[in-house]
Design a protein around this ligand. Structure first.
Ligand code: SF4
Ligand code: SF4
Length: 444
């Protein structure tokens, strides 16, 4: 009978990790729906970016209050999870505080975890106040309703509950140690929970139940949190690392040219090329390349990973000049709609296959939810890319969608069509003939 908790724990561990592994597999499959691009260049720069931006959180502090609070929560999350290793070993083998043999180091670690847990709790409460009482505008944009709003709050509540349980568990443990209860080894230092212990009933059996309940709910909560990540913007906890590693290293103003168009222009400029030459046989056999993006399978895998990594923090939207001047565009919404579409396609593939989806589609696309108004409101200023704390690039998606509208659908706004016709015919954006195209400089 005494093995029942250990067996239950082993089942819990197996199910928790099993579901998590299944979700990770699904995310990798969905990211691989994107087309291939090579981001293996300059590995030293990439490692530097990942260490500075994902691990070091270097871009977070551009907004010091939220940045520092985020760093506390992040460091707390990582370090307190060392404790989870001990919980897992204790759960599997029926030990209690198995690492306590480390003596002074163990005491120091438990004391540090407690201080961090307390700081995380305070930070999360401040985050909640900023979101719900101070109502910081970027948390209340029109895309932040329903699930995105609840998701952000769910995680704050999760953190509050997990940190409180950790401290309550230690407080009960501390009291039981003081009473010399069997099984509760004298180990750890409790700078925060020793105060909480004063509020708990000083009865050994009650304390035992409090400690065990907090221990079990805490570890079950951690497994739920682990599996909740897949459905949440908090996937960035994991994906921020590959996302910063594989981010674009080109100067921000550099826009990728389409290879097929580049080749054609080069051919036009080549004095030796024969413009009337018949295309090579291999060219005739190949399906014509699609220009730009209408759905997620046209985006690159890095852009799809960007969508999964977006934390929905809204820093990009808060600096977007189009959004600030009341246009429909929000770069955060572009990332959210891309992720929603990936999930939609992912669910279709769950019940069929990637090949079948690519062949038949589902009569929807990214353009079902991202409107032309949003796409054409972008000024290509790159402010969103600069501001993003984890190097996400919403502009690249907007430009690819735009490229599709212009080159596949010829549906650019009238003003742009006129400008492009003028460039083609007159060598300038204006409706002057080539000889008069500098006339504008003489206008008063
Ligand atoms: S690049 Fe476009 S989406 Fe990004 S901030 Fe500038 S206008 Fe907004
Ligand atoms: S793209 Fe970056 S800045 Fe914009 S909401 Fe997502 S994580 Fe935040």
């Amino acid at each position: 009978m005494s093995y029942i908790p250990n067996i239950l724990f082993a089942i819990l561990l197996f199910v928790g990790i099993g579901f998590f592994a299944r979700n990770v597999k699904k995310i990798i499959r969905n990211i691989n729906l994107g087309r291939d691009i090579d981001r293996s260049d300059n590995p030293s720069e990439r490692w530097k970016n990942m260490i500075n931006i994902a691990l070091g959180q270097s871009k977070m502090t551009s907004r010091p209050v939220s940045g520092i609070l985020h760093i506390i929560v992040y460091v707390g999350f990582i370090i307190i999870n060392i404790e989870v290793l001990e919980i897992i070993i204790d759960g599997l083998f029926g030990t209690h505080r198995v690492f306590s043999f480390a003596g002074g180091l163990y005491n120091f670690l438990i004391g540090s975890f407690e201080i961090l847990a307390f700081l995380v709790l305070i930070s999360v409460i401040i985050f909640w106040i900023r979101r719900m009482i101070l109502r910081i505008p970027r948390f209340w944009n029109k895309e932040m309703t329903a699930w995105p709003k609840n998701d952000a709050l769910n995680i704050l509540y999760f953190e509050m509950v997990l940190m409180s349980l950790f401290l309550i568990m230690n407080a009960a443990d501390y009291s039981l140690q003081q009473m010399g209860a069997i099984h509760y080894v004298q180990a750890g230092s409790f700078p925060i929970s020793s105060y909480i212990a004063n509020w708990l009933p000083q009865n050994e059996m009650t304390l035992f139940y409090i400690e065990r309940s907090a221990w079990w709910i805490h570890i079950i909560g951690i497994f739920i949190f682990l599996n909740y990540l897949y459905y949440s913007k908090h996937l960035h906890i994991l994906l921020a690392f590959p996302n910063t590693f594989y981010a674009n290293l080109n100067p921000q103003g550099k826009i990728d040219n389409l290879q097929s168009v580049t080749d054609e222009v080069k051919m036009m400029l080549d004095p030796d090329a024969d413009p009337y030459a018949a295309p090579a046989e291999t060219d005739l056999e190949e399906a014509p390349e699609k220009f730009g993006t209408s759905d997620i399978t046209d985006l690159s895998w890095v852009q799809l990973m960007n969508a999964y990594t977006c934390t929905e923090c809204g820093r990009c939207t808060s600096v977007c000049p189009a959004n600030q001047t009341g246009k429909a565009l929000s770069p955060r919404a572009i990332m959210m709609k891309t992720r929603d579409r990936i999930e939609e396609v992912g669910k279709i593939i769950d019940n069929s296959s990637i090949e079948e989806f690519k062949e038949k589609g589902d009569e929807k696309s990214l353009l079902t939810t991202i409107t032309n108004e949003e796409i054409w409101a972008c000024t290509s200023c790159n402010a969103c890319v600069t501001e993003c704390p984890i190097n996400i690039d919403p502009l690249s998606i907007i430009l690819d969608l735009r490229r599709y509208l212009v080159m596949e659908q010829s549906s650019a706004p009238q003003e742009l069509n006129m400008m492009m016709t003028n460039i083609e015919n007159n060598g300038a954006p204006w409706q002057y003939n080539q000889m008069d195209r500098l006339n504008w400089k003489d206008e008063e």
